[in-house]
Design a protein around this ligand. Structure first.
Ligand code: C2E
Ligand code: MG
Ligand code: MG
Length: 312
């Protein structure tokens, strides 16, 4: 039966889809970056690349308004390729600029990209094009991508691992992971979903959940990132619970490459000043929490080093 409402929605969807294809051609698809920090040392260890649509009329459009739609067609493949290429190029530039930092770039993969038979070939091509070392790239997949078609998924993950890239299980706790299956996945990192981080600074059952996830992850030999950390208290709790890394507004909102680069430069400069024995002026407040280089060795740091394939 003809439903004018759903037909209008369908037309609107087609409009946005067509607009998105044009956006890709016009290079309106940009990448924002959010720093990921080692929770113990508060050193920046990498970034998550997050897509944004710089719309000529509507301004900056967030992924919630276009990723799901792109995911309905091959648009997501083209969009994913654009984000991957930009993020890898940026990561390579930052790694060259700060060679001692071993910065890693995390890129989100949608379920449809994950099911694309050309995925590994495309990633290998982007790594070659941008010159980024495979160990400096992490791919974030969700539980549902990894769990659907489990045999096939396992094969794809092994192909990606063979390239030398690292695998992150994103939004952990929001899907239906089978522990038996999780054990077989070639993972490097688990990201605890923001919903478990939000109430950590009050009396909350999330404390137990986070503790269990950290213990599970470490038992599997993988590191843990908490996302959506908005307060210092949450960061402190997570550190106490043994969580290795974190990202969130308490340090930095996602921002374009220029602002993110400035943020990194400022933190590194502040750390250097703190480390210098005759530092004339006190370092900015945020930097006082970032210890000197010599203090960065320990379990969390060595775990990160093992993630990046770099010496600890
Ligand atoms: P995600 O991969 O779980 O990314 C984390 C989201 O949490 C980002 O939202 C980030 O801006 C937000 N976030 C970070 N710190 C905080 C915080 O302290 N508080 C709060 N409230 N939020 C925080 P964003 O950028 O809107 O992206 C949303 C989702 O869209 C992502 O979730 C990811 O699933 C998807 N996405 C973004 N970029 C891409 C992409 O290039 N490809 C694909 N396939 N998906 C993408
Ligand atoms: Mg993510
Ligand atoms: Mg996430």
């Amino acid at each position: 039966m003809f439903d004018p409402l759903s037909s209008r929605h369908a037309l609107e969807r087609l409009d946005v889809e067509a607009e998105l294809w044009t956006a890709l051609e016009r290079d309106e698809l940009i990448v924002y970056y959010q720093p990921i920090l080692d929770l113990r040392t508060e050193r920046i260890v990498g970034f998550e690349a997050l897509a944004r649509w710089q719309h000529p009329g509507r301004g900056l459009v967030l992924p919630v308004d276009f990723i799901a739609l792109a995911e309905e067609s091959d648009l997501i493949i083209a969009l994913g390729r654009t984000v991957l290429e930009k993020a890898c190029r940026q990561a390579q530039a930052w790694r060259k600029h700060w060679p001692d930092e071993n910065l890693v770039m995390s890129v989100n993969l949608s379920p449809r990209q994950f099911a694309d038979p050309e995925l590994a070939t495309g990633i290998a091509e982007v790594l070659r094009l941008t010159g980024l070392e495979p160990c400096a790239l992490e791919l974030e997949i969700t539980e549902s991508s990894a769990m659907d078609r489990s045999e096939v998924s396992l094969g794809i993950l092994q192909q990606l691992r063979a390239l030398g890239v690292r695998i992150v299980l994103d939004d952990f706790g929001t899907g239906y992971s089978s522990l038996a299956y999780l054990r077989h996945l070639p993972l490097d990192t688990i990201k605890i979903d923001r919903s478990f981080v939000t109430d950590l600074d009050v009396q909350d059952p999330n404390v137990g959940i986070v503790r269990a996830v950290v213990s599970l992850a470490h038992g599997l030999g993988v590191s843990v990132v908490a996302e959506g950390i908005e307060t210092e208290e949450q960061a402190r709790r997570l550190r106490e619970l043994g969580c290795d890394m974190g990202q969130g507004y308490t340090w930095a909102h996602p921002a374009d490459a220029i602002r993110t680069g400035k943020f990194v430069a400022e933190r590194l400069a502040a750390r250097k000043q703190l480390a210098a024995p005759d530092a004339a002026t006190p370092a900015p407040r945020r930097a006082t929490r970032a210890p000197a280089r010599s203090a960065t060795r320990g379990p969390a740091r060595s775990m990160r080093a093992s993630r990046t394939g770099a010496p600890g």
